[in-house]
Design a protein around this ligand. Structure first.
Ligand SMILES: Nc1ncnc2c1ncn2[C@@H]1O[C@H](COP(=O)(O)OP(=O)(O)OP(=O)(O)O)[C@@H](O)[C@H]1O
Ligand SMILES: [Mg+2]
Length: 268
């Protein structure tokens, strides 16, 4: 992914493939003594991602094969640009979203990203260039860092409907799931306009109690008639994404508070 993005001229963090301790030590020395190492396969939700300050801290993973080492980006916030592309070439983009990660796992998404300004255009141009350059069919999420100096770097790509786009079910004319089907069938892409000024999605993670999300629907629905609840029907395991809630409203702070309050009904 990093090689292809580099070839497309898309801004990415400094990176290197490191096969052994000395290669990682050199990378650390050249990047202020800290790096993010990532396993090339199988990672998600922060699994396979580790911040290291010495090569020894990646010893176990290096034993299994080469790793991706990246500079530890000093970001202001994380953003995600969702687009969809159909084989005949049309690309549709939803508003840029802000994503909040806790322990490497997406916790909240705010759409549109507050105070995005020119970053909204830049993100759309980057995601469109990636979709065209990689000949993507379907939904593509481009995870981005907004750097301390106000620039954008691409973190990673997800070539599918993505957690950063779940808000579109309740908050956009066309959801990412409908759009994905439209795109793969090469049908006209739907309208990506938001239907409310702000949508905030909060993830529901499984906990040790093992309660299923729908068990708590009556209380949650009674308390929050204006919030939308989604359960994935998955077995609840600690830290596993088992559902989400979406609140829509007119301003980000109060909409976020409503979404957070509704999600607490499913706390373990
Ligand atoms: N180079 C970096 N510098 C700083 N933080 C980083 C860097 N790479 C990743 N992170 C942090 O770790 C999180 C998870 O990393 P990343 O998105 O690469 O992996 P993932 O676990 O596969 O995520 P996903 O579930 O989105 O696929 C990022 O959202 C970000 O908060
Ligand atoms: Mg990610």
């Amino acid at each position: 992914m990093r090689q292809r993005l580099g070839a497309l001229g898309v801004p990415v963090p400094d990176w290197a493939e490191v096969g052994d301790r000395s290669a990682l030590a050199s990378f650390l020395a050249a990047h202020g003594g800290a790096a993010v190492v990532k396993t090339p396969r199988g990672g998600y939700d922060g699994k396979g991602v580790r911040v290291v300050r010495s090569a020894a801290e990646a010893e176990d993973w290096l034993a299994a094969g080469p790793l991706l080492a990246e500079e530890l980006v000093d970001f202001r916030r994380e953003l995600a640009q969702l687009v969809a592309r159909r084989p005949s070439g049309d690309v549709a983009s939803w508003p840029l979203a802000e994503t909040v990660q806790v322990d490497g796992v997406c916790a909240e998404v705010i759409a549109p990203a507050p105070h995005a300004g020119r970053l909204a255009d830049e993100a759309r141009e980057i995601a469109t260039a990636v979709a065209d350059g990689l000949d993507v069919t379907g939904v593509l999420a481009v995870e981005l860092f907004e750097t301390a100096d106000g620039g954008l770097l691409v973190n990673e790509l997800a070539m599918r409907p993505h957690n950063s786009g779940h808000w579109t079910i309740d908050g956009a004319v066309t959801s990412q799931f409908e759009q994905h089907l439209r795109a793969v069938l090469d049908l006209p892409l739907g309208d990506t306009s938001p239907v409310h000024p702000v949508s905030v999605m909060v993830n529901v993670l499984g906990g040790p109690a093992g309660a299923r999300m729908p068990d708590r629907y009556p209380a949650a629905l009674a308390a929050h008639p204006d919030v939308k609840f989604h359960s994935y029907g998955k077995e609840s395991r600690p830290g596993r994404k088992v559902g989400h809630v979406t609140a829509t409203g007119v301003d980000a702070p109060t909409t976020r508070e409503r979404a957070r309050a509704a999600a607490t009904f499913f706390d373990a």
